[in-house]
Design a protein around this ligand. Sequence first.
Ligand code: SIN
Ligand code: CO
Length: 373
Amino acid sequence: MNVELALPLLGGLSPEQFLRRYWQKKPCVIRQAVPGVRPPVDRAELFALAARDDVESRLLVQTNGDWKLKHGPFTRRQIPPLQQARWTLLVQGLDLHVAAAHEMLSRFRFVPEARLDDLMISYASDGGGVGPHLDSYDVFLLQVSGKRRWRCGPMKDASLVPGKPVKLLANFQPTEDWVLEPGDMLYLPPRWGHDGIAVGDDCMTCSVGFRTPTPTETARDVLQRMIDALDANTDEPHYRDPAGSATATPGRIPEALQTFAAKAVIDALNDARSLACALGESLTEPKAIVWFEGGEALVEGQGACLDRRSRMMYDDHHVFINGESFRAAGRDAKLMRAFADERCLTARQVAALSEGARELLAEWAFDGWVQAG
Ligand code: SIN
Ligand code: CO
């Protein structure tokens, strides 16, 4: 994607300009970001998805000021009647299940894939919404059907209403107020209070969410993977006692052993390749809900495309796909990087891969990660 090219999606700004002006700074409403937008699923398809146990869904119903939250799957009868006001159904990770939703999410690939999370869709009856709240991540909220009134404001006080099943801001003070129609889109930076309320029936909103891991979450996953990858070298020198280490206090841990342990840990952490490898594997790990069925062999003389659920990224030395890492160099690395960026390889590019890389591609097809395309 040329990030200097103006996009209607960003109100005529280029990704480069949009990110500089608004990203993580201030909200922005883009009227007719997607003119003639069509919801990636219709209401019946959405309700059918919410009935599946491999789809993450939530239902939030307000009655007399009270909020009730339930987690899916939901039979049609568990979803309130359409005429009933103030309820909303939310389906997470729509991009994993529906090609049109994946395409919609792909329009936002001017932000690195490592930061893109998923596309959530909400369906709300008149007055429905999730209440005033804040998210810790950036979000694009695209209205795909009906109307929604959005109020938002910077968060000075993040205290919550006690005793509710959802996080509701106790002191929400909106400074902005907009009604979005189909095709309109709102961008919100992290930690801006917001409240979207359906105006009339059949309100559907797609949220494109981004990943904003905390240092603790990152360290926990990356360290675990670095530990798993630690390969004991059989020639490694074992610990040796310093000379004259007879002790009258045998319960005390020797200082030399503490120094030895500190050095072992620091040396393991200082392995930059291992850290980069663990990070790439962590970032491409599919969500727990994703399950790949075995796939079909690639067709000789054809290109290859990533399955929409596959996550593929790279760094200077590795290629990562669905939580696995591969060393790559030379022409193979160039082609595999193009594969991660474009999510497809032409027949010509596949033919230019080394035999080893083509075998790898065949394995990925066998695993259902890649398809002929
Ligand atoms: C919604 O679509 O109702 C909620 C989206 C959000 O506020 O993040
Ligand atoms: Co939100």
